[in-house]
Design a protein around this ligand. Structure first.
Ligand code: KIV
Length: 288
């Protein structure tokens, strides 16, 4: 049975996300960094995140820190050219929202001009002024707390956050501060389920979990993780729905085999010369 019909419906907007949270509808988000991924995801998800995870997932970096605004704009445009029905959230990369409100607004505004419906930025209390500045410019902001990958050097690696009392309570304070600053939703990444549950039940805005247990208002997984396209270490929170890497590699191997054996291309994949030209072409010889 196809599952594709499940998501047909209106274009997803920030007010619709808020309405769905009120109705208790669980929200579905994944990443997309290009037009193919956007077209695969769009019929079935509510939100597409053009994440700075493009840096480690697709561009070969060890983490997200080298990802620039130019790179993000390039990938965002590839996604928005497909005119997705889902809400497109553009991720603000490292240093794009740290240097003051003016630069933050210019960067986020550029995302909106390229077709994003909202932006996402990492961090809590320290980022409140930037969140307020964006909201004042009519830019919907999604917050991101917990295991925030841009803080990898401060965290000393990609480690679950909020396990110490002070950290857990600070995260709840930060979540509420972001809500009051105007965030329309919050990503909660890499934190204990109970902490995510407490944030979710005390906030008005939806929480989108990744490695934050089952009690969030919705979930986000990286496209390449959920489709099994990444080899090697798999984080505990990832569930793989297709063995994508092996299946695609199998397709590639069959193609190579067919080329080497002469089985590809066949008549079906070839163009025929008009009958009237065949004799002339066959009789032609090189000039020298
Ligand atoms: O960039 C990204 O993919 C993210 C998600 C992991 C939430 O920020």
């Amino acid at each position: 049975m196809s599952h594709i019909a499940q998501s047909e419906g209106p274009r997803v907007t920030v007010p619709l996300i808020q309405q769905w949270k009120g109705e208790g509808r669980r929200l579905v988000m994944t990443t997309a960094y290009d037009a193919v991924a956007a077209r695969i995801a769009d019929p079935v998800v509510d939100m597409i995140l053009v994440g700075d995870s493009v840096g480690n997932v697709c561009l070969g970096f060890d983490n997200t820190l080298p990802v620039s605004m130019a790179m993000m704009n390039h990938h965002l445009e590839a996604v928005t050219r497909t005119r997705p029905r889902a809400l497109v959230v553009a991720d603000m990369p490292y240093l794009s929202f740290h240097l003051g409100p003016e630069e933050t607004i210019r960067n986020a505004g550029g995302f909106m001009q390229r077709g994003a419906g909202a932006v996402k930025l990492e961090g809590g209390a320290k980022r409140i002024d930037m969140v307020r500045a964006l909201v004042d410019c009519e830019i919907p902001v999604m917050g991101h707390l917990g295991l925030t990958p841009q803080s990898v050097n401060v965290m000393g690696g990609f480690k679950v956050q909020g396990r110490a009392a002070a950290d857990a309570l600070r995260l709840l304070d930060d979540a509420h501060a972001l809500q009051e600053a105007g965030c329309f939703a919050l990503v909660l990444e890499g934190i204990p389920s109970e902490l995510a549950a407490r944030a979710t039940e005390t906030l008005r805005i939806p929480t989108i979990g990744i490695g934050a247990g089952p009690h969030c208002s919705g979930q986000v997984l990286v496209f390449h993780d959920l489709l099994g396209l990444i080899q090697g270490h798999k984080a505990k929170f990832v569930r793989t729905y297709v063995d994508g890497f092996a299946q695609l590699q199998d397709g590639m191997a069959r193609y190579a085999e067919d080329v080497r054996s002469g089985a590809f291309p066949g008549q079906a994949e070839s163009y025929a010369l008009p009958q009237a030209l065949q004799a002339a072409v066959a009789a032609w010889t090189p000039k020298s």
